[in-house]
Design a protein around this ligand. Structure first.
Ligand SMILES: NC(=O)c1ccc[n+]([C@@H]2O[C@H](COP(=O)([O-])OP(=O)(O)OC[C@H]3O[C@@H](n4cnc5c(N)ncnc54)[C@H](OP(=O)(O)O)[C@@H]3O)[C@@H](O)[C@H]2O)c1
Length: 319
């Protein structure tokens, strides 16, 4: 099969397409003929330096999420799965490939009416955004600030917060990205590449009740300053290269609750993705797929993500 290899950590160019032996589904596994592979921001960090939750040995085929059709199963797995449209995590590697052997018990069936590309786009980002919204529990009328609001997770947070009745403040890097968030329902938008972006937010809504901080660094710290007493700061990423790093003391002094995570238990992951897929099937959640790259061009996909040029989700189109 064709696959993308990572033989050493480094820039996007270390992702090189080549041949790999076809995986054979072992006991309890299913073989997926991959239509789309997911790319998350954290996979660019892994490629660069090995950062992240998974520590596979090199060389490795990266990629933790795929979607496609089950073509065969291993011993003990349900043969009724063959022919089904599914999405699945891979356990941290093997996703950027034409075939993936995964745990059959972890397969998530794609509901009727949801395209495979949408399902792959929601596999990780939908899970993360759903977990974050549940952890924050925004109430109707609360003011919710979403950073990187035009990104993979951000575009979903904007929609889910709006659906909960919140007033959504979308913060993003650049006017084009801010408009993407407005189109998804954000009532207030701010471009944090502009100095004084927090003044724009203050003038529009005073302060905020919830911050979803996937960027960290100075942007995360500025967003924290916007929180009113009783507010919640959910820090779930460091796209800027560093965490917002708000101390417990600083949060307590302002009457703000810090939530670091989301801490999703492995047994909860599939249900969270399934919830996002059900929302999509009901027409209440839209996956914004801004970029599609052929498998062979995984390096270009990574380069686009880390240069901040992407909007919404970036997928590898495998077959
Ligand atoms: N995907 C998941 O399931 C998941 C799970 C756990 C944690 N996270 C975390 O959530 C955050 C968002 O993940 P995502 O996959 O949805 O990515 P993404 O938002 O599609 O891409 C990252 C975004 O971060 C912003 N950013 C700010 N400073 C940046 C910098 N110095 N370099 C690059 N980007 C920068 C950019 O948006 P602007 O140009 O608008 O600033 C960029 O588009 C990441 O921190 C990620 O680690 C994601």
């Amino acid at each position: 099969m064709r696959a993308v290899w990572l033989k050493e950590f480094g820039g996007p160019e270390v992702l090189v397409a080549g041949e790999a032996s076809d995986p054979v589904p072992g006991p309890g596994q299913a073989l997926i003929e991959v239509a789309f592979a997911n790319i998350t921001f954290v996979e660019t960090l892994f490629r660069a330096s090995g950062f992240g939750p998974f520590k596979p040995e090199l060389p490795v085929i990266p990629g933790n999420g795929v979607g496609g059709v089950v073509t065969s199963v291993g011993e003990g797995a349900d043969r009724g799965l063959i022919g089904r449209r599914v999405v699945s995590v891979t356990g941290g590697s093997g996703g950027y490939a034409e075939l993936a052997a995964v745990d059959a018990a972890g397969l998530i069936e794609v509901p009727d009416g949801v395209e495979l590309d949408t399902a792959v786009a929601l596999l990780a980002d939908g899970r993360t955004a759903t977990a974050l919204i549940r952890a924050a529990g925004p109430r109707p009328g609360e003011r919710v600030l979403v950073e990187a609001a035009a990104g993979g997770v951000g575009t979903l947070l904007v929609q889910l917060a709006r659906a909960a009745g919140a007033t959504v403040v979308a913060a993003a890097g650049g006017a084009r990205k801010a408009e993407v968030a407005r189109d998804l329902g954000a009532q207030v938008v701010a471009d944090y590449r502009e100095p004084g972006w927090t003044d724009v937010v203050r003038e529009a809504v005073g302060g905020v009740d919830v911050v979803f901080d996937g960027v960290g660094g100075p942007i995360g710290r500025s967003a924290f300053e916007l929180l009113d007493r009783g507010g919640r700061m959910l820090s779930y990423g460091l796209a800027s290269g560093e965490w917002a790093d708000i101390s417990d003391g600083a949060a307590a002094a302002r009457g703000v609750t810090l939530v670091r995570g989301p801490s999703v238990k492995p047994e909860e992951m599939s249900a969270l993705t399934a919830s996002a897929l059900a929302e999509a099937a009901a027409g209440r959640l839209r996956a914004v797929i801004g970029q599609r790259f052929p498998l062979e061009r995984a390096a270009d996909a990574h380069a686009a993500i880390e240069s901040r040029a992407t909007v919404g989700k970036t997928l590898l189109h495998v077959r």
